[in-house]
Ligand binder design. Structure first.
Ligand code: MOS
Length: 755
């Protein structure tokens, strides 16, 4: 069966949910009608530009801002010497409050290169940019800590937990496990610092009205921005109104409120005008977090038959000198494979960089590169097929939480993936497949990502004209939130797509949590379904009580909503339109609300999305260039709410994994502590020419324990394991095992089949 046929089969459902509906906001996007944060046309707006530190460690001795202040159009120059006192902001209270511990422009201390040290507010963007160049700064400069390797001696135990687990975790007896092993893998894997690089830069427009402020912000968390701005300025949260209708990509870097947000608000207060602050791409490399560099050591022990006897996953990642963020790379290793003897240990090394943060599947992405590379190495040592090795060690229950899985179609993912990809054509021996000048290789890896859901609220209103609106202050990061919420509301209300409007991204609407952790579809989707049902119930009440209604006396469970009508289940000819019911009842509209609370304390199941990646590479024997020729990903993400946007999420994740495997690497100058490649010309992300055909299969599943709408989350799992599948394919093609990403030609030339 071909992939497209499979998708079609899964799509042959009467349900609106699941259908590969085009994005409801597609037209707005392609016509420029979708308004992003920087695009709100406020009157009398001034422009702020930030000045970044050119040193990575030290103090500001002095500023000379006189030329900047006299420059045309300049309204104000702000430094730590004249900035208003701002309070610290905490946006992620649970862990990793990355922006939290350091308030911008409050002291002369410089912690990292690129840190904001001054701000110019001017009539126009050009005037602000010009004036910022005129500021003269003298520093008291010290040597920065800028090299993970050099600083490893100062590695320390994180104060916080590592993705909810102790930094040092132990299960069983790993020494005994290793003694019982017939084969062993004992290797170090490295992943570099990487950056999110969403197309839309971070941008904030702040407009005060007395003690109240409206903030237009590029964010994954409108209510988080509200909370932070309120805290910064010591004003009630109700005084802060945050708007974000569209977010142009985020991948985690817009989940935290970074320094430019309170600075835009401070600027607007100072000049008593709305102020727009758009950060430069170069500034985004320093100030909005990044995926931390990791050095991971994986030790595997196994019996000859493939059964794992021990797994050890240890290593270090970096944080900043002023705050703590742990890249939780050992997180998936706790639960992925059945093994009685397990040990994880993570340490942190402080560097003079901005604090790292969540980046698409934080933890899994780095960790699964190491773990899934090590599994591949073990498969060769044992002379086992890599899929077979994984099947032998398949965890039938969660070995860490000791809970049954809510659902788990991982074996199915391997099977369908192998079939779709043509895994049987792979010759087991490395460097044994060639195509003329090229070495060809096939590799695979497992994908896994936990189900995260957060409390969220929504409101649904059914109007007398038979239309409806669903509202929640959630976000569409380009993921398809508008579309899937429309589908969920339509299905529940029995309305056609064009009669339902979804309104999101405004703190005047019901609260939603951060759109992170692949949580939004499950959490807000459940709330929209609940709110739609609550609104329908009011409509049923109105019909039920009315003798003139064909539905008179019928109870809610005897009634269905379909084709813009309520009908009796037993006799659907007895029905009435929403409009008739509301008109006769003299009601303009009915409104339903729903708060989704997920009770994780009484957790009876362990819920994760699963999947398998299959990559084919072609390596140039002379130049060491790696091209991905084919890729297949099979996933169990529970119920896919929209086949098209869900497949898109998987493809996007895999493409990001391709970038991770072959090109993405943020280079920190080890002496100066300055990020060398801080733009898209020097930091390479995949372009279309780098991306092959990617076959996606989404396995049919409905996981009622993961979420009432059956979904497990689809934002992040696509990247998890993708880089390992490619690295494993490169090994298979060349016989060269690259354990430090990215796999650039210099790491292959002169080695293995390229020697
Ligand atoms: Mo994602 S890294 O949870 O925004």
């Amino acid at each position: 069966m071909s992939v497209s046929q499979q998708s079609k089969t899964t799509n042959q459902t009467k349900s609106v949910v699941g259908r590969p509906l085009d994005r409801v906001d597609g037209r707005l996007k392609v016509t420029g009608g979708a308004r992003f944060a920087a695009e709100w046309p406020l009157e009398n707006m001034a422009h702020a530009v930030l000045l970044s530190s050119t040193i990575a460690n030290g103090r500001i001795k002095s500023f000379d801002t006189s030329a900047a202040e006299k420059a045309p159009g300049v309204l104000h120059v702000m430094t730590h010497e004249n900035a208003p006192r701002l309070k610290p902001v905490f946006t992620n209270p649970a862990e990793g409050d990355a922006a939290g511990r350091r308030v911008p422009l409050q002291s002369p201390v410089v912690y990292y290169a690129g840190q904001y040290i001054a701000m110019v507010i001017a009539e126009t963007l050009e005037q602000a940019k010009h004036a910022v160049e005129l500021i003269r700064v003298t520093y008291d400069e010290q040597l920065p800590a800028a090299d993970l390797d050099k600083e490893r001696g100062k590695a320390y135990v994180p104060k916080q937990k590592v993705a909810g687990k102790p930094a040092d975790s132990l299960r069983g007896d790993v020494d005994a496990g290793l003694r019982a092993a017939d084969a062993r893998v004992d290797e170090t894997y490295r992943t570099p610092t990487e950056h999110h690089n969403p197309m839309e830069p971070h941008a904030t427009i702040a407009a005060w009205d007395g003690d109240k402020i409206t903030v237009y912000d590029a964010t994954q968390y409108t209510y988080g921005v509200r909370h932070s701005v309120a805290m910064s300025f010591g004003i009630p949260e109700e005084n802060v109104h945050v708007v974000c209708k569209f977010t142009g990509g985020a991948f985690g870097c817009k989940g935290t409120v970074w320094a430019h947000v309170p600075l835009a608000a401070a600027a607007a207060r100072q000049v008593r005008r709305p102020v727009k602050l758009v950060t430069m791409r170069q500034q985004m490399f320093a100030n909005m977090g990044h995926r931390a560099e990791t050095e991971q050591h994986v030790t595997l022990g196994a019996k000859r038959d493939g059964h794992l006897t021990a797994i050890i996953h240890e290593g270090i990642s970096h944080t900043s000198v002023y705050d703590e963020y742990v890249e939780p790379f050992s997180k998936p290793t706790h639960m992925l494979y059945a093994c009685d003897n397990f040990k994880a240990s993570q340490r942190l090394v402080a560097l003079n960089v901005g604090t790292p943060t969540f980046m698409r599947a934080p933890g899994e992405t780095s960790g699964m590169f190491a773990l899934e590379s090590a599994l591949d190495e073990l498969a060769y040592k044992l002379n086992l097929d890599p899929i077979q090795l994984r099947l032998i060690n398949h965890a039938d229950t969660d070995p860490d939480e000791k809970l049954p899985w809510s659902t788990k179609l991982l074996k199915e993912s391997y099977r369908v993936g192998a079939e779709t990809f043509g895994w049987s054509r792979r010759k087991p021996q490395p460097a044994s497949m060639r195509e003329g000048h090229y070495l060809v290789g096939m590799g695979m890896a497992t994908a896994v990502y936990p189900v995260n859901h957060f409390p969220s609220s929504a409101r649904v209103t059914i109007r007398q004209d038979g239309s409806a609106v669903a509202e929640s202050s959630t976000h569409d990061l380009g993921t398809g939130t508008y579309t899937i919420l429309t589908q969920i509301a339509c299905e529940t209300l029995g309305l056609p797509i064009e009669r339902v409007e979804v309104i999101i991204g405004d703190t005047n609407l019901p609260k939603a949590m951060v759109s992170g952790g692949s949580s939004t579809a499950m959490s807000v989707g459940t709330s929209v379904q609940g709110a739609a049902r609550a609104a329908l119930a009011k409509l049923v009440d109105a019909a039920h009580a009315d003798q003139r209604s064909p539905l008179y006396g019928a109870s809610a469970d005897q009634i269905v909503a379909r084709d813009s009508r309520l009908a009796l289940k037993s006799d659907t000819t007895k029905s009435e339109t929403f409009t008739d019911i509301l008109t006769r009842a003299g009601m303009k509209e009915v409104e339903g609300s729903y708060d989704t609370q997920f009770n994780d304390r009484e957790k009876k199941f362990s819920s994760h999305a699963f999947g398998a990646h299959f990559a084919e590479v072609r390596v140039d024997r002379d130049f060491g260039e790696v091209r991905i020729t084919r890729f297949a990903g099979v996933f169990d993400i529970g119920r896919a709410l929209n086949m098209k946007t869900a497949e898109s999420q998987m493809r996007g994740g895999i493409i990001m994994g391709l970038g991770m495997a072959l090109m993405e690497e943020t280079v920190l100058d080890a002496n100066l502590g300055i990020i060398v490649n801080r733009d898209l010309a020097e930091y390479h992300v995949p372009v279309h020419a780098d991306v092959p055909m990617i076959d996606i299969v989404l396995l049919e599943n409905f996981d009622e324990h993961a979420s009432p709408i059956g979904a497990k989350g689809a934002g992040e799992i696509g990247i998890v394991g993708a880089a390992a599948a490619i690295a494993n394919a490169v090994y298979h093609a060349t016989g060269v095992r690259v354990r430090d990403l990215p796999i650039t030609p210099d790491k292959l030339l002169g080695k293995g089949a390229l020697s």
